[in-house]
Design a protein around this ligand. Structure first.
Ligand SMILES: Cc1ncc(C[n+]2csc(CCOP(=O)(O)OP(=O)(O)O)c2C)c(N)n1
Length: 1038
C-alpha cells in the first residue's frame, strides 16, 4: 500500500470567510498520480501530524483526491498537488521553513507549483483539529452517553469525561462546559478557542454528521456529534479495523435525523411493551411468592428481540435459534416465541403431575421450538430456544453448534437463512470464560455461524454484586472487542433508541455476517428473584429504583403527548392483553400432566414414531461386506487426486496401510476409516472436531493430506469414497474444550442422522469442558427429553507420561451412569442389550481391539435411538502389532462385542482355570504378555469388558459360570480409587449374587492419576502384574 509520509508540520485553523475564498480558487485541473518516490523514504518526523491514526486519515483522503480532487478540502488538494509535483518531505506546507538553503529552494519550488494563499497552514491545522475532535467523539463519545436509566452509575464504571471531547451533556453544567473548553483551548489540545465555535469547518469524509452539508460551524459540529454519540446510545466501534464497516456504522448513527419511526411503528412498540410489562404483572398477581426471574426494569427486551427477528426475517432469515439465561425467560417464551400461555401458567401449579419422560427441569430452563408466521414480514419463521442449565453462558456454544448444523443441513453456507441470538446477563457476560471461547469460534471456517446477535440484559447488578466488584473492564461487553464486534450500548428507558440499535444490529449481521452486541443498560426492579430483598446490599440503588417510573408508563405518556395514541386506546391495549392472560389462566387449570416433550427445542421429525418411541428395539449387524472394506481401505491408503505431492513419511504410512488392507486387517486408524467411510456411504454426515484431529494428536489419522509443494492445497480422501456420499467434515478446533465440546453437542442436537465426534487432545483435558458433560451430556435427556448421539473420544492409558496425559478419568463418567449397581436386571428379557442401552443416560466403552471400535462407532448410528457415547481411546495401541483386527471380524453378521471372552487354552478346560481376570482396554495386552511369559495360559483366563456401561450383566454372568473354580479378580492399570474398580466391583458382585469375592489387582489409591517418574511407573506396573498372576496373592485376605 502507498503510504503518505510527507506533509507540512504545522497546521492552523482558518476562518469561514477564508475557507470560502480558498474554495473558489486554485481548483486543480485534474487528478494526478502521486509519485511513489514520495512515500517510504520520507522520515515520519518530518510530518509530525502523520503519525499514528492521522496518517490513515490522510491516506484515505489521498485516495479520495485521486478519484476526485474536489472531494477533499482545498488545503489538502493543494498539499497533494504540491507533494505530487515533487515538494520534498516535510516542506509541502511548512512555514516558516528551517533556513537551510536546500529547504528554502525546496519550498520555493513547491510554492511555485501552486499559488498557496498565506494562511493555508492554519487552515490545515484547523481542519486536523476538528477532524481529531470528530474522531474523539467517534472513539470515546460512548463514555459520556447517558446510558443508565437510573442516572446513578456510569455504564463504563467511570464518571470522568475523556479529556479530548467537549461534552455539554448532562454530566457537565454550562460553567463546567466553558471551563472545559477553556482548558482544551489554553491547554492546546486542539488549539481551538471559544471564538472558533462559530467558524465553519470542512467535514472530513469519515463523518456523516453534515448530512447534505459538507461544512459546518464548530458549534454545530459539536452539537451533532453529541446527538450522535452522547445521548441514549453509546456506540463502540472504532476498534474495528475495517474502513467500510466503520463507515457503515458512522452513517447509521451520525446521519442527522436518521432515527425516525412512523406512528405505526411507535404503536407496535407500545403494544409490545404492554405485553412484556403486563405479562410480568400478571405472574406477580397470580403467583406472588414464586420465583420467575422477572424482566421488570428491562421490559424493553421483548420489543428489542422482536425487532431483531423482524428485521432479520425481512432480510431472509427463516430460522432463529436462541439461547438465554433465567432473566425474563418466561416472558420471551410467551411473547417472542409465542408458547401457549396456558402451558406456561400451568407450570406454576404445584399439583401438576410429571409425565413418565424423565426427571424434568424447572420452568425457566426449558427449551422450545415453534414455527409460525412473522406478522410484520408475513414470512414463515421458526424460533427455537435452547434448553439450558443454571450454569450461566454454558448454552452459548451449544446454540452456536446447533445453528451451524441447521445451516449445514439446509445448505445455508453464508448464514442467510439461519441465525442465532444469544442473550446474556451483564455479570455473566463479563465473568464467564466460555463467552470468550465462544467468540473465538465465531470466525473459524468450520465453526462460524456467520454472525450472532448478542443482547445483554445489563441490569447493573449480578445477584447481589455491584459491577464495580464484578469486572475489571469498563463495560461488561468488552470481551466482544476481541472479534471486532461493534457494541451498541443503549439506555433501556428509551424504547425508540433500543429499537433503533436492534434494527442496526440485525442489519449489521445480515450485511457483514459478523457478531454484534446490543447492551441494554437497564435496572432490576426486584431482587435477584422475586423473593430476594435487594435493599440489604444495594440500598441507594433501590431507593432510586423505587422512584423510577416503569418504561411502559413513560413511553405511553410520550406517545399520548405526541398524539400518536390516546389514553383510551392505550388502556384498551392493556385490558386486551390482560384478558388474554386471564383466559389462558382459566384454561391452564385443565392441564393435569406436564409433558416435557412439549418443551423440546430440537424435534427430529421422522426419526421416532408419532408418539415419540423408537421405530424398533433392535440393532442390525454392524459388519460390512468385503468389497466395502476393501474399497475404503484402498482409498484410505492412497492419494485420490492427481499431481498431489505428500510428505515422504506419510507415503510410508499409507504404504503400511495398504499392506494391512492387502492382509485383510485393520489397525485403529483404519478401523475408524472403515466406520466413517461406510456411514458416509449410507448418507450419514460425519463431523470430527477437536484439537489437531485432522492429523491426529498421535499422528495416526491423517485425514487431511497436505500438498508439499502448493500452499494450502489439501485433500480429504474420505470425501472421495463414493459418488453420492454424505460429506465428511474434519476440523482442527481452537484450543478450547468447553466451547468446542458445547458446540459439537449443539451440532449433534440438530439431527439424529449424523455422527458427531469430539476428540480431546488427551482424555484428561475433558475436565475443562466438565460443565458440558455434567450439565448437558450426562443428564440432557432426563432433564429435557432430548436425545443426543455425540461421541467423545478420550485418549487414555497409563504409559509413563506423568500425572497429566494419562487418565481420561473413567471413574467420573462411570460414577454418573444411571444403572443400579445392586439390582440384577431381568437377563431373560428380549433384546436385553438394546433395552439396557435405551434406558441408560450414556454409553461408556473402552475397546481393546480396532474391530470393536469400528463396530461401536457404526452401532452408534444403527441404533434406533441416540445416546451419548464415551470412548476411552488408546495411545500406544494405535501402533501395537497385536492390536489388529481381521476383516473376518468385521463382515456382515458381526457385531460390537460388549464382552470379549477368553478364547485361548484356558477356555478349552475352564474347570482347570484358577483365576478369572476381568479387565478393560490396554492392560489386556500387558496381562497376556505376562501370562505367556509365566506360562499360565491354562490357569488364568482373561475376559475383556468392552462396554463398561450399561454393564453387561448377562455376558459376565456367563463368563463367571464357565469358570466355576476360578478366583475372580478385577485388574486395572489405574489407581484403585480411580479407573473402573468402584463401578465394576459392586455390579460384578450383584451378577454373582455376591457368592464369591471379587479381588483387586492394580495400583494403590493415589491423589494424582499417575506418577511423574518413569521408573516408578514401570515398578508399579510390574507389581500389579505380579498380583494378577500370583495365585496366592489373595489367599490370606478374606
Ligand atoms: C456459572 C454460574 N455461576 C453462578 C451462578 C449463580 N447465579 C445465578 S444468577 C447469578 C447472577 C447473574 O447476574 P447477571 O449475569 O448480571 O444476570 P442477572 O441475574 O442480573 O439478570 C449468579 C451468580 C450461575 N447460575 N451460574
Amino acid at each position: 500500500m502507498f503510504h503518505l509520509r510527507t506533509c507540512a508540520a504545522k497546521l492552523r485553523p482558518l476562518t469561514a470567510s477564508q475557507t470560502v475564498k480558498t474554495f473558489s480558487q486554485n481548483r486543480p485541473a485534474a487528478a494526478r498520480t502521486f509519485q511513489p518516490i514520495r512515500c517510504y523514504t520520507a522520515p515520519v518526523a518530518a510530518e509530525p501530524f502523520l503519525s499514528g491514526t492521522s496518517s490513515n486519515y490522510v491516506e484515505e483522503m489521498y485516495y479520495a483526491w485521486l478519484e476526485n480532487p474536489k472531494s477533499v478540502h482545498k488545503s489538502w488538494d493543494i498539499f497533494f498537488r504540491n507533494t505530487n509535483a515533487g515538494a520534498p518531505p516535510g516542506t509541502a506546507y511548512q512555514s516558516p521553513l528551517p533556513l537551510s538553503s536546500g529547504a528554502l529552494s525546496a519550498i520555493a519550488q513547491a510554492q511555485s507549483l501552486v499559488d498557496v494563499q498565506p494562511n493555508v497552514d492554519k487552515l490545515v491545522e484547523d481542519h486536523l483539529a476538528v477532524q481529531s475532535l470528530i474522531r474523539a467523539y467517534q472513539i470515546r463519545g460512548h463514555h459520556v452517553a447517558q446510558l443508565d436509566p437510573l442516572g446513578i452509575l456510569d455504564a463504563d464504571l467511570d464518571s470522568s469525561v475523556p479529556a479530548d471531547i467537549i461534552s455539554s451533556t448532562d454530566k457537565l453544567d454550562l460553567a463546567v462546559f466553558k471551563d472545559r473548553l477553556r482548558m482544551l483551548t489554553v491547554g492546546g489540545f486542539y488549539g481551538l478557542h471559544e471564538s472558533d465555535l462559530d467558524k465553519v469547518f470542512q467535514l472530513p469524509t469519515t463523518t456523516f454528521i453534515g448530512g447534505k452539508e459538507s461544512a459546518l460551524p464548530l458549534r454545530e459540529i459539536i452539537r451533532r456529534l453529541e446527538m450522535a454519540y452522547c445521548q441514549h446510545i453509546g456506540v463502540e466501534f472504532m476498534f474495528i479495523n475495517d474502513l467500510e464497516q466503520c463507515q457503515w456504522i458512522r452513517q447509521k448513527f451520525e446521519t442527522p435525523g436518521i432515527m425516525q419511526f412512523t406512528n405505526e411503528e411507535k404503536r407496535t412498540l407500545l403494544a409490545r411493551l404492554v405485553r412484556s410489562t403486563r405479562f410480568e404483572e400478571f405472574l406477580q398477581r397470580k403467583w406472588s411468592s414464586e420465583k420467575r426471574f422477572g424482566l421488570e426494569g428491562c421490559e424493553v427486551l421483548i420489543p428489542a428481540l422482536k425487532t431483531i427477528i423482524d428485521k432479520s426475517s425481512e432480510n431472509g432469515v427463516d430460522y432463529v435459534i436462541m439461547g438465554m439465561p433465567h432473566r425474563g425467560r418466561l416472558n420471551v417464551l410467551a411473547n417472542v416465541i409465542r408458547k401457549e400461555l396456558e402451558q406456561i401458567f400451568c407450570q406454576f401449579d404445584s399439583k401438576l403431575e410429571a409425565a413418565d419422560e424423565g426427571s424434568g427441569d424447572v420452568k425457566y430452563h426449558l427449551g422450545m421450538y415453534h414455527r409460525r408466521i412473522n406478522r410484520v414480514t408475513d414470512r414463515n419463521i421458526t424460533l427455537s430456544l435452547v434448553a439450558n442449565p443454571s450454569h450461566l453462558e454454558a448454552a452459548d456454544p451449544v446454540v452456536m453448534g446447533k445453528t451451524k448444523a441447521e445451516q449445514f443441513y439446509c445448505g445455508d453456507t453464508e448464514g442467510k437463512k439461519v441465525m442465532s441470538i444469544l442473550l446474556h446477563g451483564d455479570a455473566a457476560f463479563a465473568g464467564q470464560g466460555i463467552v470468550y471461547e465462544t467468540f473465538h469460534l465465531s470466525d473459524l471456517p468450520s465453526y462460524t455461524t456467520h454472525g450472532t446477535v448478542h443482547v445483554v440484559v445489563n441490569n447493573q447488578i449480578g445477584f447481589t454484586t455491584d459491577p464495580r466488584m464484578a469486572r475489571s473492564s469498563p463495560y461488561p461487553t468488552d470481551v466482544a472487542r476481541v472479534v471486532n464486534a461493534p457494541i451498541f450500548h443503549v439506555n433501556s428507558d428509551d424504547p425508540e433508541a433500543v429499537m433503533y440499535v436492534c434494527n442496526v444490529a440485525a442489519e449489521w449481521r445480515s450485511t457483514f455476517h459478523k457478531d454484534v452486541v446490543v447492551d441494554l443498560v437497564c435496572y432490576r426492579r426486584n431482587g435477584h428473584n422475586e423473593m430476594d430483598e435487594p435493599m440489604f446490599t444495594q440500598p441507594l440503588m433501590y431507593k432510586q429504583i423505587r422512584k423510577q417510573k416503569p418504561v411502559l408508563q413513560k413511553y405511553a405518556e410520550l406517545l399520548v403527548s405526541q398524539g400518536v395514541v390516546n389514553q383510551p386506546e392505550y388502556e384498551e391495549e392493556i385490558s386486551k392483553y390482560d384478558k388474554i392472560c386471564e383466559e389462558a389462566f382459566a384454561r391452564s387449570k385443565d392441564e393435569k400432566i406436564l409433558h416435557i416433550k412439549h418443551w423440546l427445542d430440537s424435534p427430529w421429525p421422522g426419526f421416532f414414531t408419532l408418539d415419540g418411541q423408537p421405530r424398533s428395539m433392535s440393532c442390525p449387524s454392524t459388519g460390512l461386506t468385503e468389497d466395502v472394506l476393501m474399497h475404503i481401505g484402498s482409498v484410505a491408503s492412497s492419494v485420490p487426486v492427481e499431481n498431489f505431492t505428500i510428505h515422504g513419511g506419510l507415503s510410508r504410512i499409507l504404504k503400511t496401510r495398504g499392506e494391512l488392507v492387502k492382509n485383510r486387517t485393520v489397525d485403529w486408524a483404519l478401523a475408524e476409516y472403515m466406520a466413517f467411510g461406510s456411514l458416509l456411504k449410507e448418507g450419514i454426515h460425519i463431523r470430527l472436531s477437536g484439537q489437531d484431529v485432522e492429523r491426529g494428536t498421535f499422528s495416526h489419522r491423517h485425514h487431511v493430506l497436505h500438498d508439499q509443494n502448493v500452499d494450502k492445497r489439501t485433500c480429504i480422501p474420505m470425501n472421495h469414497l463414493w459418488p453420492n456420499q454424505a460429506p465428511y467434515t474434519v476440523c482442527n478446533s481452537s484450543l478450547s474444550e468447553y466451547g468446542v465440546l458445547g458446540f459439537e453437542l449443539g451440532f449433534a442436537m440438530a439431527s439424529p442422522n449424523a455422527l458427531v465426534l469430539w476428540e480431546a487432545q488427551f482424555g484428561d483435558f475433558h475436565n475443562t469442558a466438565q460443565c458440558i458433560i455434567d450439565q448437558f451430556i450426562c443428564p440432557g435427556q432426563a432433564k429435557w427429553v432430548r436425545q443426543n448421539g455425540i461421541v467423545l473420544l478420550l485418549p487414555h492409558g497409563m504409559e509413563g507420561m506423568g500425572p497429566e496425559h494419562s487418565s481420561a478419568r473413567p471413574e467420573r463418567f462411570l460414577q454418573m451412569c444411571n444403572d443400579d449397581p445392586d439390582v440384577l436386571p431381568d437377563l431373560e428379557e428380549a433384546n436385553f442389550d438394546i433395552n439396557q442401552l435405551y434406558d441408560c443416560n450414556w454409553v461408556v466403552v473402552n475397546c481393546s481391539s480396532p474391530g470393536n471400535f469400528f463396530h461401536v462407532l457404526r452401532r452408534q448410528i444403527l441404533l434406533p435411538f441416540r445416546k451419548p457415547l464415551i470412548v476411552f481411546t488408546p495411545k500406544s495401541l494405535l501402533r501395537h502389532p497385536e492390536a489388529r483386527t481381521s476383516f473376518d471380524e468385521m463382515l456382515p453378521g458381526t457385531h460390537f462385542q460388549r464382552v470379549i471372552p477368553e478364547n485361548g487354552p484356558a477356555s478349552q478346560n475352564p474347570e482347570n482355570v484358577k483365576r478369572l481376570l476381568f479387565c478393560t482396554g490396554k492392560v489386556y495386552y500387558d496381562l497376556t504378555r505376562e501370562r505367556a511369559a509365566r506360562n499360565m495360559t491354562a490357569e488364568v483366563a482373561i475376559t475383556r469388558l468392552e462396554q463398561l456401561s450399561p454393564f453387561p450383566f448377562d455376558l459376565l454372568l456367563k463368563e463367571v459360570q464357565r469358570y466355576p473354580n476360578a478366583e475372580l479378580a478385577w485388574c486395572q492399570e489405574e489407581h484403585k480409587n480411580q479407573g473402573y474398580y468402584d463401578y465394576v466391583k459392586p455390579r460384578l458382585r450383584t451378577t454373582i449374587s455376591r457368592a464369591r469375592p471379587v479381588w483387586y489387582a492394580g495400583r494403590d489409591p493415589a491423589a494424582a492419576p499417575a506418577t511423574g517418574n518413569k521408573k516408578t511407573h514401570v515398578t508399579e506396573l510390574q507389581r500389579l502384574l505380579d498380583t494378577a498372576f500370583n495365585l496366592d496373592a489373595f489367599k490370606n485376605l478374606v
